[in-house]
Design a protein around this ligand. Sequence first.
Ligand code: IMP
Ligand code: MG
Length: 181
Amino acid sequence: MKDRKEVQLHDKTFEIFITEDEILKAVEKLVSEVEEKIGDDNPLFIGVLNGSFLVVADFVRRYKYNCEVSFVKMASYEGTGSTGKVKTLLGVNEDLKGRNIVIIEDIVDTGNTLEELLKLFGDKELKSLSVATLFYKPEAYKKDFPIEHIGMEIENKFIVGYGLDYDGWGRNLPHIYKLKE
Ligand code: IMP
Ligand code: MG
């Protein structure tokens, strides 16, 4: 399983794209940026399930100050038209007033999920709110909210591995694979 050049998931073949070492360098970039910005000021990191479970685990293990970690769960639905609808399955229970919130995402694609997610924080009198995403597809992003911390920009290709799935499979792959053309 570990170091295959190609993987088959359901009906599609994927080829190696970003190795585990490169991924961890991108995680370390996120960590040092957030340490620089928020440091010891009691950050609350909020991971977005399911995809972000590995990046959150690697991120918080490297964060050198005290911090809290929580998760939200969002599900996106493909509408009958072109717009994807996003639903909150698990929200935030922590008291957010006066907190430095950093949303940790595996990937920001169109930004639909992020837009819905930001509504959970709209009226909470936060001290700060920022987004840290491991991967970002600049060609796909359609929203205005600034993505402050980006691990790595990637081309507009469908990827799997390191938490990201194709129809439920591929999350356990240590490397990132892209759809083979
Ligand atoms: P959005 O388009 O920014 O709302 O992204 C929605 C969600 O789709 C992300 O949080 C991921 O879970 C998933 N997603 C986006 N791009 C990819 C991809 O290339 N591979 C696997 N999942 C993806
Ligand atoms: Mg996600």
